[in-house]
Design a protein around this ligand. Structure first.
Ligand code: PLP
Length: 389
């Protein structure tokens, strides 16, 4: 068996996430790859196309090349390399920082850890463009499109309440492209302003929810030749969290000797929580519980939606999870508690995740370490957090 750089191999055709999901699951479950990818003298793939695409979607560096049986551990494949950036933390561009400035930190919260349950906040505002988790899908989607086609001068369009639009604007400009962000009625003003500062066009609308804007974007795309990146249905969103967010938590938990028993986070597209649910169901031998926070009926928590408004990965991939209703008042109270006890200001959707976890202690069942995804910082929402609810 030889290990070849994955990028040197030439697949004859592309395969979708759904076509190789079982192979991805079995690699995560086993922790190694047991077969070779067969190639010809020009590195065209002759056999093992599913394995190639599974490895590509997992973001590994090397692939096992040869005939028949191979055995390569995740470490052999450079599985974790993409989430471990340079120690000196010097980057040649802000895009390189977004790609290599990983992992984002995990910090134990004094405010929510109790007894033998330790609560770790994964601080996603350490992503540089939108100061949020949404840099991850934006960077992965745009760089994947740019690998296949020249996008210079093109307009990349999508709906966003703030964070994804900012991340899309920033990523697009690195490729000489431009973003157009369709904003729902309640989008935060910072979402419009920052995206515009980064060169995006913004379109203010009267839509209640981002997903209601999809048909308008479809027709503008057809008429104007836009590229609709569609964070709501593009599997690259889910993949971004499989190859970075989930993998990082796995790497960080192993390195720090944590006993992961669950994760909690809010849902908007469901990209990050569906990926975390899939990844750890496969990867961990013991029980792993996933808790997802959604706004209670009639409530609005920035960046989140109710699951029945349609989330494809939640419907197709995630299993064995619990969705918990949270009010904005409860989320803000959790934000204030973290500020008071830990001295950090998390955003309301991170607060909602902590509330969902607190309401689900019985579901977690046993002691151990739980990761809570904190998608962004509370500094963006002082108008909400500052008000007495
Ligand atoms: N919280 C905030 C602040 C967000 O901006 C978003 C998404 O835009 C989410 C939560 C939900 O994340 P996801 O789309 O991965 O479900």
């Amino acid at each position: 068996m030889k290990l070849a750089a994955l990028t040197s191999l030439k697949p004859p055709l592309e395969m979708s996430l759904m076509e190789v999901l079982d192979v991805i699951g079995s690699i995560l479950e086993k922790g190694y790859v047991g077969e070779c990818i067969e190639v010809d003298s020009k590195l065209n793939i002759v056999r093992g196309l599913e394995l190639y695409w599974a490895l590509e979607k997992l973001g590994v560096k090397y692939a096992p090349v040869g005939y028949g049986v191979c055995r390569a551990s995740l470490e052999d494949l450079g599985f974790y390399d993409n989430v471990i950036g340079p120690q000196h933390r010097v980057y040649y561009s802000s895009l390189e920082l977004a790609v290599k400035g990983l992992p984002t930190p995990m910090v134990k919260l004094r405010s929510f850890s109790a007894g033998d349950l330790r609560v770790w906040a994964k601080l996603e505002w350490f992503n540089p463009f939108s100061l949020s988790i949404k840099d991850r899908p934006a960077v992965h989607i745009v760089s994947s499109i740019a690998r296949k086609a020249d996008i210079e001068g093109k307009i990349l369009a999508d709906a966003s309440s703030a964070n994804f639009g900012i991340a899309l604007a920033a990523t697009a400009l690195h490729y000489g492209a431009k973003a157009r962000v369709y904003l729902p009625k309640r989008a935060g003003e910072h979402g419009r302003l920052v995206a515009e500062l980064m060169g995006a066009e913004t379109v203010k609308t009267e839509a209640e929810l981002t997903v209601e804007l999809l048909s308008r974007i479809y027709s503008d795309t057809k008429r104007e030749g836009l590229i609709h990146v569609n964070q709501f249905m593009n599997d690259l969103n889910f993949e971004a969290h499989l190859r970075t967010t989930s993998k990082e938590i796995d790497y960080q938990a192993r390195a720090a000797g944590l006993k992961l028993v669950g994760a909690a986070g809010p849902i908007g597209t469901s990209g990050h929580m569906s990926a975390i649910n899939f990844y750890f169901r496969k990867r961990l031998k013991g029980p792993f519980k996933t808790i997802m926070a959604q706004p209670a009926p009639g409530e609005h928590i920035p960046g989140t939606r109710r699951s029945e408004t349609g989330m494809i990965w939640l419907a197709m991939i995630a299993e064995d999870f619990k969705i918990v209703d949270v009010t904005l008042g409860e989320a803000v109270e959790a934000v204030r508690r973290v500020a008071k006890d830990d001295g950090i200001l998390i955003g309301p959707s991170g607060g909602a995740a902590l509330v969902a976890l607190s309401k689900s202690i019985d579901f977690i069942g046993e002691g151990g370490d739980v990761v809570v995804i904190v998608p962004d910082t509370g500094f963006k929402y002082l108008d909400l957090i500052g008000k007495k609810s």
